[in-house]
Design a protein. Structure first.
Length: 272
């Protein structure tokens, strides 16, 4: 079993956090959510992904925070922007969004050393019914995973809740990427798989911080990595969606750090 430590560096071991750490994560999570709120009216047909990235970077810096992804393992942008069949880690650039696209934007900020990590789905103008359904399934999958978070449950309970629901809706869960511990460290223990068996995995304890971020494909689950070393796409070119929250385990359940203060975590998506 993984040991549990109270530390501020990457050890591969799960860390438990105190009330002051919860307050730090609230501030970081709030700013990350506010950044995505700010971007919402800009996610329109013709928007250039590189320009959206510039807006995010300016917003984060203007609020006295640090863009966590900028320079992380050589990544050169502030956010990840992943339209359509891009599963995750899409690199902003010259691509313009088109009407009918669905797109995930993923942002991580550092506020006073604490990481706030979140992503959400946007519709670019009216979208196809199947695309809207995929997004709805993905958000519901996240909610079902969150419902499993409480002391005494295990990480496998989260994965099982997500996988069983997604597959019941005739979609598939990506296996190649997972949620992760975070806090003063960007990616830490434990790994949070979005598939699995009930009663397996790490025991959940109050004070644990991690993300839940299911990636759901309309087709089959296999993905492949493009030559840029970052962009992951569906092998069958089917649509993919993702949503993510950073949370803390409390004595009675969980606290979401990355809720939108204006209720925009699920931007409205209209059907063509």
């Amino acid at each position: 079993m993984t040991d549990i430590l109270d530390a501020e560096y990457r050890t591969g071991q799960i860390k438990l956090h105190d009330a002051a750490a919860f307050e730090g994560m609230r501030k970081a999570g709030l700013l990350a959510a506010q950044c995505l709120d700010m971007l919402t009216p800009h996610v329109v047909p013709g928007a250039v992904t590189g320009a959206l990235d510039d807006l995010a970077r300016e917003f984060i810096v203007d609020h006295g925070a640090i863009p966590a992804c900028l320079g992380y393992r050589g990544y050169t942008k502030t956010v990840c922007i992943s339209p359509n069949h891009i599963v995750c880690h899409g690199i902003p650039g010259e691509r313009a969004l088109r009407e009918g696209d669905i797109v995930n934007i993923d942002v991580t900020v550092i506020v006073d050393g604490w990481h706030g990590d979140t992503s959400r789905m946007y519709g670019v103008g009216p979208v196809a019914p199947r695309a809207k359904r995929l997004v709805d399934v993905t958000y519901e999958a996240l909610d079902r995973g969150l419902a499993m978070v409480k002391p005494g449950n295990r990480t496998g309970d989260i994965g099982h809740a997500i996988q069983s629901y997604v597959e019941s809706m005739r979609c598939s869960v990506v296996r190649d990427f997972c949620g992760h511990g975070l806090g003063k460290v960007f990616h830490d223990a434990p790994n949070i798989l979005h598939f699995g068996q009930r009663g397996t995995g790490e025991l959940l304890r109050a004070g644990m911080f991690f993300t839940i971020e299911p990636m759901v494909n309309l087709g089959k689950h296999p993905v492949k990595l493009l030559a840029d070393g970052w962009t992951a796409v569906t092998r069958d070119k089917s649509l993919s969606a993702q949503c993510e929250h950073s949370i803390g385990v409390t004595e009675t359940g969980f606290e979401v750090f990355t809720l939108s203060p204006t209720g925009q975590y699920r931007p409205p998506i209209t059907v063509a």
